[in-house]
Design a protein around this ligand. Structure first.
Ligand code: UDX
Length: 442
């Protein structure tokens, strides 16, 4: 198939590259000229394991092309995917200006029948808006060209994006047109080796809703466990044991019940807010979603509060080693990362921070911690420990899971660890003479 993907962010670039990998001819379009120049050379703007090699391979094979002008990429194109950003607007709703700008461009310049696919996470009713914008543009040109708007939300996770896309749990397609559903089936067939059962065709609004509900459900599981972790501490229980105790019930399951320093990233915070807003616009007060958000906001400060209750509110003579900045392992993404909130709070109380992250230091220095006082960046995790008062573990990168505890002990002024991800065995740390603070256990 001949496919155009608009937007070369996380979703757009991964989608385009994976379709190209399956033998389609894909053109990825972005208005950022520098980004497109780099992509043509195989230089990708994000860190995602395996993506650079796949981009390069498909650029060389000429199955993956890059362009800055959408109007040049619509002739004889089978499908145009809209994968531009839907940032959070001031009132918490998803800002659709970029999606609708793309729809306008498509309506202005399409010349042949087209399937327009909403890949961006967009609120219920967006496909109808996209359709009416394209209709209007065609009308004003006096043209009648057949097109269909499909909702095809993306469920990939950062850090696992390629395997999530290449081996999806399911593909959700929202359309009420049979031929369009068939074309989507053909496009995705190579991704399902054994059966197409995992391709779920439904009406457009249900497909749009599915994406928000999936993210809100996962965020709810996390906030629920974070709430439970705070209660566990108060009653003298150990949330690590409770987690295993409940996860073994197959109705509950083990995934997404890890307590921590709150969920972050580009999706959960934004999507929970947007779903709440959608409900509000319909006059419904989504109480559970409000609580999910409130618990998460509070959870980001749990580790900072443990530091404060240990040392007091004046941290001006304290230095902390911070391991991990990204919102989760496997990515350089720091959007809504708990580390930002924790470091800002400790810095505001006078503390110095020596930090190390395998991938996110550039992001921190350039954007998220740029104006935060007293933060220095280290080349290794052990360098960050030198003469620090305590270690704070904020992202569970693999390289932090089994560190040399004696080196930690010898480098810190006192052997104290604040663990925002419950990575270590508390009995072992206590045997080694550490004071070990974690989430959900006194
Ligand atoms: C998420 C969804 O998983 C994905 O399907 C959707 O397309 C985009 O949003 P992502 O944001 O990449 O993906 O990260 P994910 O791995 O889901 O983690 C989200 C956050 O939840 C992270 O901050 C993580 O640390 C936190 N988390 C996850 C927990 O605190 N506990 C858990 O048990 C699981």
């Amino acid at each position: 198939m001949k496919i155009t993907i608009v937007g070369t962010g996380y979703v757009g670039l991964v989608t385009g590259t994976c379709f190209a990998e399956m033998g389609n001819t894909v053109t990825c379009v972005d208005i950022d000229e520098q980004k497109i120049e780099n992509l043509k050379k195989g230089i990708i703007p994000i860190y995602e394991p395996g993506l650079e090699a796949m981009v390069k391979r498909n650029v060389v094979n000429k199955t993956l092309l890059f362009h800055t002008k959408l109007k040049d990429c619509l002739d004889n194109c089978d499908m145009a995917f809209i994968a531009v950003g839907t940032p959070m607007g001031e009132d918490g709703s998803a800002d659709l200006q970029y999606v609708l700008q793309v729809a306008t461009e498509i309506g202005k310049h399409m010349t042949t029948p087209l399937i327009v696919v909403d890949k961006s996470t967009v609120p219920v009713g967006t496909a109808d808006k996209v359709k009416s914008v394209i209709d209007q543009e065609l009308k004003s040109r006096g043209q009648k060209i057949e097109f269909h708007v499909v909702s095809n939300p993306e469920f990939l996770k950062e850090g696992d994006a390629l395997s999530d896309f290449m081996k999806p749990d399911r593909v959700v397609v929202g359309t009420d047109n049979k031929e369009t559903a068939e074309a989507m089936r053909r496009l995705y067939a190579p991704f399902f080796r054994s059966s197409m059962d995992r391709m779920l065709v439904m009406d457009v609004r249900s497909a749009e809703m599915t994406k928000y509900v999936a993210n809100a459900m996962l965020a709810t599981k996390i906030s629920f466990m974070n709430e439970v972790s705070n209660i566990c501490e108060l009653v003298g229980a150990d949330v690590n044991k409770v987690r295993i105790g409940i996860g073994s019930d197959s109705r509950i399951g083990y995934s997404f019940i890890y307590p921590g320093s709150g969920y972050g990233g580009s999706c959960f915070p934004k999507d929970v807010k947007a779903l709440k807003k959608t409900a509000e616009q319909e006059g419904y007060d989504a109480q559970l979603l409000n609580a999910v958000e409130d618990v998460n906001d509070r959870q980001k400060y749990v580790i900072a509060n443990k530091v404060i209750s240990h040392y007091g509110k004046d941290l001006s003579d304290k230095t902390f080693a911070v391991w991990g900045l990204s919102f989760k392992p496997g990515t350089d993404d720091m959007r809504e990362a708990p580390s930002i909130y924790i470091i800002k709070k400790l810095s505001a109380l006078g503390a110095k921070i020596q930090t190390y992250d395998p991938k996110a230091i550039h992001e921190a220095q350039t954007y998220y911690l740029k104006d935060v006082k007293g933060v220095s960046y280290c080349k290794t995790k052990y360098e960050a420990l030198q003469n620090a008062d305590a270690l704070l573990l904020l992202t569970e990168w693999k390289e932090f899971r089994s560190p040399d505890f004696m080196e930690i002990k010898n480098s810190l002024k006192e052997p104290i660890v604040f663990d925002g991800r419950n990575q270590f065995d508390s009995d072992r740390l206590q045997e080694l003479g550490f004071t070990y603070y974690q989430i959900g256990k006194k």
